[in-house]
Design a protein around this ligand. Structure first.
Ligand SMILES: Nc1ncnc2c1ncn2[C@@H]1O[C@H](COP(=O)(O)OP(=O)(O)OP(=O)(O)O)[C@@H](O)[C@H]1O
Length: 297
């Protein structure tokens, strides 16, 4: 646990490259413990945010606090593990050599733990990393990162290049490590439909801005799909309309904290996490809000 109980707190954090802003006005409070998913399309700013968290970049504006201390300071560096995109490994090293290397670089490195994990997965220690499958390389990189016994483990799109089976196995190992306790996981992903099963918190980024964040169960409880006749007259009780979709005969509203409209013919349905994320992404990508003039009027 941290002094503040937060794994990550940012306040107005932004990062500007020469070309422009990659991340703007990012304010987050994410609790320690559990799994946090960072979701967004290509170029949304996910890698930039993760690099600020692990101290590889300094913010241009605002602050980034990790485990109760400023990111990138000695307090945090030894307690944060980072697995970059494509799980970079020294391809000519054997797995055993990489474990020795990890031990030499990190005083907290738990080599026995890594060896146990790799034995369970049937990954031989005498194989060179370059000869392992993509899924096995990802598992070796994860075992190395977990052996550092970090309080916060940050993974940049760890499953993007893996097939569905390898992805599932990777996430299982990750969840097992979280269940053993002591580590908060922050990872970025494009694969939204698997997140509900494995994540506790969600951050959605689009075009460098946070468009949605919160506890996943709470977000799903707060949002509903309201389906009714297309020509609705009483929508004033529909709460905050995140998105409105019209077919010839029906209107479907994704609402936050919204009661069913009083007009006849309306039904409420739960929303799936993937649909929720996609609606917020469409909303923040579009020219303004998703509430069409027809419905908002
Ligand atoms: N070193 C850099 N110099 C200049 N611009 C950069 C640099 N790194 C990222 N950017 C720009 O910042 C924006 C956000 O990039 P970032 O890599 O953080 O997004 P991302 O969400 O991780 O994307 P992806 O899913 O494609 O990896 C993009 O417009 C990108 O072109």
């Amino acid at each position: 646990m941290t002094a503040t109980g937060f794994a990550l707190r940012t306040d107005g954090a932004g990062k500007r490259y020469r070309k422009g802003w990659a991340l703007r006005d990012c304010t987050l409070s994410l609790p320690a413990g559990g799994v946090i998913a960072l979701v967004g399309p290509n170029g949304a700013g996910k890698t930039t945010l993760l690099r600020l968290v692990v101290g590889l970049l300094a913010p241009s504006t605002g602050t980034v606090e990790v485990l109760g201390h400023a990111a990138g300071t000695p307090h945090t560096l030894s307690r944060v593990g980072f697995l970059a995109q494509d799980h970079p490994l020294y391809k000519r090293f054997t797995v055993a050599e990489m474990l020795r290397f990890g031990r030499a670089c990190n005083p907290r490195f738990d080599r026995e733990l890594a060896e146990r994990r790799l034995a369970t997965l049937g990954i031989p220690l005498d194989r060179r990393a370059g000869t392992l499958s993509g899924g096995q390389q990802a598992q070796v990189a994860l075992a190395l990162a977990l052996a550092k016994r970090p309080d916060l483990l940050v993974l940049d799109e760890p499953v993007a290049s893996l097939d569905p089976l390898a992805r599932r196995e990777f996430l299982q190992v990750l969840m097992g490590a979280v269940a053993e306790g002591g580590v908060t996981v922050l990872f970025s992903s494009h694969v939204v439909h698997e997140l509900e099963r494995v994540c506790d918190h969600l951050v959605v980024l689009n075009d460098g801005r946070v468009t949605l964040t919160g506890d996943i169960d709470t977000l799903l409880a707060e949002h509903r799909l309201l389906v009714g006749p297309r020509t609705a007259t009483d929508l004033d009780r529909a709460g905050t309309v995140v998105e409105a979709v019209h077919s010839d005969r029906h209107t479907t509203l994704l609402v936050r904290d919204g009661a069913l409209p009083a007009a006849p013919g309306w039904q409420a349905q739960p929303v799936a996490l993937e649909d929720l994320v996609l609606a917020y992404l469409r909303r923040s990508s579009g020219p303004g809000a998703a509430v069409t003039p027809e419905v908002a009027a």
